[in-house]
Design a protein around this ligand. Structure first.
Ligand SMILES: NC(=O)c1ccc[n+]([C@@H]2O[C@H](COP(=O)([O-])OP(=O)(O)OC[C@H]3O[C@@H](n4cnc5c(N)ncnc54)[C@H](OP(=O)(O)O)[C@@H]3O)[C@@H](O)[C@H]2O)c1
Length: 304
């Protein structure tokens, strides 16, 4: 089968398109014929070797933690799925990923795929949808009637966070660049602009999904009301103990039940999957290079 993988840590040039044997399913695993994976920034961080202490991988390594595809074979003990089932999932970070024609996946990370969108596009849901869900409902514990700020709502995680917060009954203010403003307003948020200068008032929770310098992170903490929370996905934000402002950092985990809920919302027409670009497997090195150059925007789906 065709695969894109790297034999040593390094820049995007280390990625190679190769032919290798198809994987066979271990106990509790299924083989998924990949309809799509999507590029996530962490794929490049792992490839560059920056996470080798936290996520030690065996080289050569195939990136791609999002998967959407069709089950073709079952490992020992698998009863939840059958060949032909269409699934989505967030794969473990340290095992070979879905930048390939086939991938071995543990069943506990998989949910039935949405039926109302192209199967490949569903690969733009697991990592970013679960991050948004866990940020909102586990870290911010959002409640109806609360006022929520989503910074970086033009991005993949932010777009889902806005939609889910509005559905939870929150009043949502979001920042997004001109390219994304109309889409994010369409999700039900008030969008004053891309930076926080135009944001007024205070918020029960501020969710940051934009790459911001420390002074902007401090300004975001200042927008949290007394007793509220600042939720981030990378460096934790500052706490303000005097005002009871908490800081909470998300590290996404696979959760098939939560993913199933996200899929149900997609099929109910309540959660929109935004795909910025669709490319073939051969173009994955170029996608990594564009990420590293800072010119990649939105979620790119890779179709073997
Ligand atoms: N910890 C975890 O488990 C986890 C999981 C998933 C993602 N993440 C991280 O979460 C972050 C968001 O992920 P994502 O996939 O949504 O990324 P993304 O699609 O690149 O979105 C980030 C958005 O931030 C906006 N932005 C960029 N620079 C900005 C600035 N200086 N001021 C204001 N807005 C700015 C951009 O919106 P416009 O284009 O509208 O300007 C961009 O689309 C990334 O850092 C990612 O690595 C962490």
């Amino acid at each position: 089968m065709k695969v894109v993988r790297f034999h040593r840590y390094g820049d995007a040039g280390t990625l190679r398109v190769e032919e290798i044997e198809q994987p066979t399913p271990g106990p509790g695993q299924v083989i998924v014929q990949v309809a799509g994976t999507s590029f996530n920034p962490v794929d490049a961080t792992i490839r560059a070797g920056h996470l080798r202490q936290v996520f030690p991988v065996t080289l050569p390594f195939t990136p791609g933690i999002d998967v959407a595809g069709t089950v073709t074979a079952l490992g020992e003990g698998v009863t939840r799925f059958e060949p032909g089932d269409r699934v989505v999932g967030l794969l473990p970070m340290t095992v070979d990923g879905a930048s390939a024609e086939y991938v071995a996946a543990p069943t506990e990370v998989l949910a039935a795929a949405p039926t109302t969108v192209p199967l490949a596009d569903a690969a733009a849901l697991p990592v970013t949808g679960l991050t948004a869900w866990q940020a909102l409902f586990e870290h911010a514990a959002v409640q109806p009637g609360q006022r929520i700020l989503v910074h970086g709502a033009g991005g993949a995680v932010g777009g889902y966070a806005v939609q889910l917060a509005v559905q939870a009954g929150a009043t949502v203010v979001a920042t997004a660049g001109p390219r994304n403003t109309d889409r994010v307003r369409g999700y039900g948020a008030d969008v004053p602009g891309r930076d926080i200068d135009g944001v007024t008032g205070q918020f029960d929770a501020v969710l940051n999904f934009a790459p911001v310098p420390p002074e902007e992170m401090a300004a975001l903490a200042g927008l949290v009301r007394d007793g509220g929370v600042l939720v981030t996905t990378a460096t934790p934000g500052p706490q303000d103990d005097a005002r009871g402002v908490r800081s909470s950092s998300v590290f996404v985990r696979a959760d098939a039940e939560q993913l199933g809920t996200l899929v149900d919302r997609v099929d109910a027409g309540k959660l929109h999957i935004h795909v910025a670009d669709r490319v073939g497997l051969d173009e994955l090195p170029e996608v990594h290079a564009r990420n590293d150059a800072g010119t990649l925007t939105g979620r790119t789906v890779i179709i073997p």
